[in-house]
Ligand binder design. Structure first.
Ligand code: HEM
Length: 229
């Protein structure tokens, strides 16, 4: 098994782990943003509450949830390990490239962008994930369907607070920049370099990094405006 620990400790092994967990988290984000669009269904939250129950009680999804938690933890730990290794290798930084001609702003700030997303996640999970699983939620009865935990009312209440909405907007900026570099970088690490497809992958990554955070950001903004009416 020492080949495995050696591989996991190697620079390429660490980057591969970052890439694989990152790509899995990208898939998670796709599913999460699509599911959360149910918040916009004008049915008082019924579809969203039914979806939330489905997501928290279906065994296959529960397994996927554990893979998601593990991916977040591993992705964060390995980012620290890689940053530390890079600093050891080059304690005073590059002499050239001060203005960043050879790299983008997001690629040079992945650590800070990832930290913004991580801080957001801790607050986000406490507000919704923790409440759904361990909190005492109000329930709502949908005739002919049954009694449901009313997670929708918790989300709607959270998004009546301007500072909470602002927190989400800042975090979605961070997420967008983090994804802009992460998507492309993951494909590069996996060695998926191709004359024809790499430019296409870059475009898809760029589009994803804009559209997904924008959709996420629209949720607190729209619900905040609705709460004013
Ligand atoms: C801004 C709009 C968002 C809304 C309205 C939203 C809503 C929710 C809700 C209601 C839950 C609890 C459902 C459950 O218990 O499974 C949840 C869980 C979660 N959210 Fe979000 N979310 C948003 C954005 C994000 C973003 C941007 C990320 C990641 C960067 C994220 C990561 C997660 C994770 C990891 C979970 C736990 C999922 C699981 O248990 O499988 N969310 N979210």
């Amino acid at each position: 098994m020492s080949w495995l620990t050696d591989a996991l400790k190697s620079s390429l092994g660490r980057k591969l782990i970052m890439a694989i967990t990152g790509l899995f988290l990208i898939l998670f984000l796709m599913g999460h943003v699509l599911g959360n669009l149910l918040l916009f269904k004008p049915d008082g939250g019924q579809a969203f509450n039914e979806y939330a129950r489905f997501m928290t009680t279906t065994p296959v999804i529960q397994v996927l949830s554990y893979v998601t938690y593990l991916s977040i933890i591993i992705h964060a730990i390995y980012s620290i390990l890689i940053t530390r290794k890079n600093k050891e290798a080059r304690p005073i930084g590059y002499a050239v490239n001060k203005g960043g001609e050879n790299s983008t702003w997001s690629s040079r700030n992945m650590g800070i962008l990832g930290t913004i997303v991580l801080i957001f996640l801790v607050i986000h999970l406490k507000s919704f994930w923790y409440e759904m699983r361990f909190g005492i939620l109000p329930t709502v009865i949908y005739p002919g369907v049954g009694e449901f935990k009313d997670l929708y009312s918790i989300v709607a209440a959270a998004f009546t607070q301007w500072w909470y909405v602002l927190l989400y907007l800042v975090a979605m900026f961070g997420l967008g920049y983090h994804l802009a570099h992460g998507f492309e970088s993951a494909f590069q690490t996996l060695g998926l370099n191709h004359k024809k497809y790499t430019p296409l992958i870059k475009k898809i990554g760029f589009g994803f990094a804009i559209i997904v955070p924008l959709l996420f950001a629209s949720m607190p903004v729209v619900m905040f405006i609705q709460s004013l009416a």
